[in-house]
Ligand binder design. Structure first.
Ligand code: G3P
Ligand code: CA
Length: 235
């Protein structure tokens, strides 16, 4: 059965990348939580999507310019709804400990020291429950050198061809769009290249959720775990 990767948690119903969003996603059937990693000025790893704190907290400016004791005081919930006031910007270590044994985790390294992430994952014993991606080539290269055994994802758009995902990018999971998944032969080509397939879909069209569930791919990275969980049960 296709596993659900909940993009920033259940971000439609709770503030993205918070404990509440992760818990809600798990309640809606998610198997994995996707999260974004950034680092504070004093080197603490946090779960935050944007480079700045402006959109999703009551703080302002780049997270990389702020100290952890200031970040820990911020409210990451009120911007979404008053009922979430008091939600924190999660520290990565606390967020992973919260998820350990309950879900897999897809870590997208936005901007951080990959060595710190690797050390944390090894300490927590979560190597097999996690996989990784970064849009930053330097971080992908560092991660491969430091942790060749970690599972990595690469997008078809960036790799250009499924055969390059493993050979050039050292990844075992390929992410494709719904349109790419529909191309004749693409699923079989990815399988032949020994890859697991993850479809990325950010919408809420029930027909598309059903179509992806029927395609039998390994993962879907999405915003609506609730809709996909219902679609895959119908298969
Ligand atoms: O797999 C890529 C996807 O998770 C990217 O997420 O929203 O940080 O661009 P985003
Ligand atoms: Ca992301």
């Amino acid at each position: 059965m296709t596993r659900i990767v909940s993009h920033r948690g259940a971000n439609t119903f709770a503030p993205e990348n918070t404990f509440a969003a992760a818990d809600l996603a798990l309640g809606q059937g998610a198997d994995y939580i996707e999260l974004d990693v950034r680092e504070s000025a004093d080197g603490v790893l946090y779960v935050l999507h944007d480079e700045t704190l402006d959109r999703t907290t009551n703080g302002a400016g780049p997270i990389g310019h702020m100290l952890s004791d200031e970040i820990d005081m911020l409210d990451a919930g009120s911007w979404f709804d008053a009922s979430f006031s008091g939600a924190v910007v999660p520290r990565l270590d606390a967020y992973l400990e919260h998820l350990r044994g309950r879900a897999g985790v897809y870590l997208e390294l936005k901007y951080c020291d990959p060595a710190k992430v690797v050390a944390l994952i090894r300490d927590l014993g979560m190597v097999r429950d996690t996989f990784y991606f970064s849009f930053c080539e330097e971080m992908r290269r560092d991660l491969q050198v430091i942790a060749p055994e970690f599972r990595k994802m690469m997008t078809l758009d960036m790799a250009k061809s499924p055969s390059l995902v493993g050979a050039v990018h050292h990844a075992s999971i390929i992410e494709v769009t719904v349109e790419q998944m529909r191309r004749p032969g693409i699923v079989a080509t990815c399988r032949k290249a020994g890859l697991e397939i993850m479809v990325y879909y950010g919408g809420s069209d029930i027909a598309i959720h059903r179509e992806v569930a029927a395609a039998g791919v390994d993962y879907i990275n999405l915003d609506r775990p609730d809709l996909f969980d219902a679609a895959r049960r119908d298969q």
